[in-house]
Design a protein around this ligand. Structure first.
Ligand SMILES: *[C@@H]1O[C@H](CO)[C@@H](O)[C@H](O)[C@H]1NC(C)=O
Ligand SMILES: *[C@@H]1O[C@H](CO)[C@@H](O)[C@H](O)[C@H]1NC(C)=O
Ligand SMILES: *[C@@H]1O[C@H](CO)[C@@H](O)[C@H](O)[C@H]1NC(C)=O
Ligand SMILES: *[C@@H]1O[C@H](CO)[C@@H](O)[C@H](O)[C@H]1NC(C)=O
Length: 201
């Protein structure tokens, strides 16, 4: 193979619908930030103060509309909880991922959903609510999962077929997804060469 062939590719997925552009930044001013993967999962990052880096804390997610029933016979639920993991050493973030369905590609939220999120911690005998996020609209705060199964196949001299798959993504985004491919030759480094970009629709 020619050493200048493009062997390394990174792929970004941008969700740039007009609807979503209005709130690319996350809602709320607290240190709690949440995103929706557009299907069944919401994930949140919280920056705790030093005192709460290791405290047992959980995120409470409440909704006016009932959450999708997990099974036909379970009662409707308006509150869900998600355990916040201990702070990561490098980022000092505490995260949690809540999936609202066993099938990670089922549509758990629509544009009508508004959620309140709050962090609850226990320190000794006392509880505290150090962060909250109100009126969170999942559909306005989408961060898609990265594409997978990236393959680069040499078709002819200097011609490649690049393919990938996207397992988890809402039908609401059909026709709206944009992809960006960043590539470099193997003899270059990302540090010295930011790479070249091309937009794919
Ligand atoms: C969210 O919080 C606001 C303000 O505290 C409250 O008015 C509203 O009822 C809450 N909604 C839910 C679903 O808990
Ligand atoms: C719990 O709260 C009480 C009353 O505010 C306070 O006196 C006590 O020191 C607190 N305990 C802890 C472990 O923070
Ligand atoms: C490129 O690869 C994909 C996945 O292997 C395949 O479906 C597609 O037909 C290929 N396209 C061309 C032009 O060969
Ligand atoms: C995506 O789906 C394919 C085929 O169903 C599966 O093999 C693969 O593990 C899935 N990838 C992810 C990231 O879930």
């Amino acid at each position: 193979m020619n050493p200048y062939l493009l062997l390394l590719c990174h792929l970004w997925l941008l969700s740039l619908t007009p609807l979503l552009l209005a709130s690319v930044s996350t809602q709320g001013t607290s240190s709690l930030a949440c995103w929706y993967d557009s299907r069944a999962a919401i994930f949140c990052d919280w920056t705790p103060g030093r005192d709460l880096a290791d405290a047992p804390c959980q995120l409470e997610i409440s909704s006016k509309l009932p959450f999708f029933a997990r099974s036909l016979f379970s009662p409707e639920k308006y509150k869900e909880h998600c355990e916040l993991l201990k702070a990561e050493h490098t980022t000092e973030l505490r995260r949690c991922i809540k999936t609202f369905s066993k099938n990670s590609n089922s549509q758990s939220f629509t544009t009508a959903d508004r959620l309140n999120m709050s962090v609850h911690c226990r320190l000794g005998e006392n509880g505290s609510t150090p962060a909250r996020l109100e009126d969170f609209s999942p559909l306005a705060n989408i961060k898609l999962r990265p594409p997978g199964n990236l393959q680069l196949v040499n078709k002819a001299k200097n011609s490649y077929n690049l393919s990938w798959s996207l397992n988890i993504s809402s039908h609401y985004l059909d026709g709206e997804r944009q992809y960006q491919v960043r590539y470099r030759t193997t003899s270059q480094s990302w540090e010295k060469h930011p790479g070249q970009f091309c937009q794919l629709l």
